[in-house]
Structure formats: C-alpha cells, structure tokens
Design a protein around this ligand. Structure first.
Ligand SMILES: [Zn+2]
Ligand SMILES: [Zn+2]
Length: 327
C-alpha cells in the first residue's frame, strides 16, 4: 500500500458506466486517450481486507461503497470544500490518473471508502456512486417545494437525479428518453409524465403539461437536441443543469432565449461529499435503486456486459459485474 492511510479492498462488484463504455468502444473520452493495457471501472464496492497503520475510521472485514475520486486535500479547491474540482484529482479508470476497479484487489485512501449496512447489497452499493451525483445535482438546484422539474435523458444519471429529487421533496417531474424501457422505469421511479422524442413533440407535450414552463431542467443526455428542448421549456428565471457529457467539443445556445428568460446555467461535476447521505437514503429505504439494477453478470461474462450496455440491449440501465472468490 502506498500510504499509511490506505486500505486494501477485495472488490466484489463493479458497475458498467457510460464513461467505461467510451473507453471500451472509442478508446478514450475527448483528450483522455487510453494506452493499453487498461483497466476500466470506477463504480465499485467491496470488503476491506487490510488497513494501513494510520487508518482511523475503518477496519478489516467492513463492506464499503467507494467514492472513485482521490482529492489532493491541499489545493485551493480542496481547501474551499470543492473536492470535486480538485486541481490534482485522480479518478479511478481515468487515463493518466488511476487504474480501474475491475480487479480483485484495489488500494485506496480511507477517505474513499464508506461502510455500508448489512442490509445493502453490493450492486446497490455500486449504484450509490451515480446516485451521489443525483444527490449533488439536487443540492445544486435546491428546488423549492412544488417546483416543476424536467429530466432530459432517463439513463442511469437521469434516473438518479429523479430519485434524489423525489426523495427530497414534493415536485412534479417530466422525463424524456429515446428508449421506452427507460421511460417505464422513470415512471416507476416517480416521473409524473414521460415522453419519447421519437414518438412525439416533447416540447409541445411538456408545454401543455406545464404552461408556465419548468423551474429546473436537468440535461442528462449530453445532446444538442436535449439542451435546446431544456432552454425552450424553462420558465423565466429557470435553471438549466448540465450533467450529460456531450461527445462533441462544443454545444450552442440561443443567447436570445437564454437572455430574455434570464436563465441560469449550472454545470454539475461528479459529486461533492454526498456519499454518506446517499448511503443513508438507500439504507433507510427512502430511495430504491433496484429498478436501475437491471442486469448482473459474472466476471467471465464481462465482455457480454459491455456489449449489452453499448448496444442499449434488453432494456439495460445499470449492468454490474461480480468478481468471484479465487478458486
Ligand atoms: Zn459512473
Ligand atoms: Zn485538491
């Protein structure tokens, strides 16, 4: 182990995330290019098997969820409580930063490991990683009770935003996606209205639902089309939260529409200190992650898991991979 405050984890389960898929299908995300051999995976959970001499809050045998970001703890951002924008951050399975979690053993600083209750399954613990991003996005939006919320893109992150907001108060939700299976899960997770832009004009439909417009639009697809829909549907003074990661270098906005309605634009970068709250929300039953955990694979079928997620096959939302004990 590198530092006296590190712990060694026996990884039990790893989730397949969109970013892993970019590495798998395209060999990188924008300027972050993979050099092989390369280990994917940043959503993981496991059991502590060894602790360094200066570890204070953890012990061997504990089951933990993992925050995949290792912050430097020293820069201006860390000192200002913004570890998610740490200037020297290292993230699991980010080229040039840290190797990935699809391994049997992983060494991490103790700050990255969060004990989970016995009642929580390992796949649920894995899914607390994207859910923490939803909790963080909700905190940034800070909607007033009764707010009208739109979620554009109901993949894992969009659904996590929906679950996190719904657990926090009484709001009304419109959710969109191109896949009917995901819209069905969005309704199961509490969306009041769902629509598929392949089948209907979602801007016209949501305008009929909410004639005054939306208070908050969470853009979770990373597409120009969904950004345009969000800008069009927001009410004056509304807030656009950008969570989806576009594949292109640039997106555009109509400055006139943004200005006339005095829209706010809030970017969302990973999460910041939301993991304990997230674990509590799941452990207490306030949030049920199971509708998102659609597929579980054994380690030997890892390629099948990636191919399924890449193809959006079989209604997949979150696929997890279980790493078995050594024979
Ligand atoms: Zn992820
Ligand atoms: Zn830092």
């Amino acid at each position: 182990m590198g530092s006296p405050r590190d712990v060694r984890l026996r990884i039990d389960t790893v989730g397949v995330c969109g970013s892993d898929l970019h590495y798998y299908t395209r060999g990188g995300i924008g300027p972050q290019v993979v050099s092989y051999p390369w280990i994917v995976g940043h959503e993981c959970a496991g059991v502590i098997v060894e602790i360094g001499p200066e570890v204070r809050n953890l012990k061997a045998g504990q089951r933990v969820a993992v925050d995949p970001l290792v912050a430097c703890g020293k820069c201006d951002q860390c000192r200002a409580g913004r570890v998610n924008t740490c200037r020297h951050q290292r993230f699991l399975a980010c080229p040039g930063q840290l190797p990935g979690a699809l391994v049997e053993y992983l060494v991490l600083p103790e700050e990255c490991c969060f004990p989970i209750p016995d009642s929580m399954t390992m796949p649920q613990a894995v899914a607390t990683e994207p859910l923490a991003i939803g909790v963080h996005a909700h905190r940034l939006a800070h909607p007033e009770p009764g707010a009208k919320i739109g979620i554009f893109g109901s993949g894992p992150i969009g659904l996590c935003v929906l679950l996190a907001c719904r657990a926090a108060g009484k709001f009304s939700f419109c959710a969109t996606d191109l896949l009917e299976e995901r819209l069905a899960i969005a309704r199961q997770c509490g969306a009041d209205w769902t629509g598929n832009p392949r089948r209907e004009d979602v801007v016209a439909s949501i305008s009929r639902q909410e004639p005054l417009g939306l208070d908050f639009a969470f853009e979770c697809a990373g597409q120009q089309e969904t950004l345009d829909q969000a800008v069009e549907l927001l009410k004056p003074g509304g807030t656009l939260l950008m969570i989806g990661i576009p594949e292109v270098d640039r997106v555009s906005f109509k400055p006139d529409a943004m200005r006339r309605k005095e829209l706010r634009l809030q970017n969302v970068r990973r999460q910041n200190g939301c993991v304990p709250t997230t674990i509590e929300l799941v452990a207490s039953g306030k949030i049920n992650l199971d509708p998102l955990l659609t597929h579980a694979f054994p380690f030997v079928e890892t390629k099948g898991a990636f191919d399924l997620v890449a193809a959006y096959g079989d209604g997949v939302v979150k696929a997890t991979i279980h790493i078995p004990d050594l024979p």
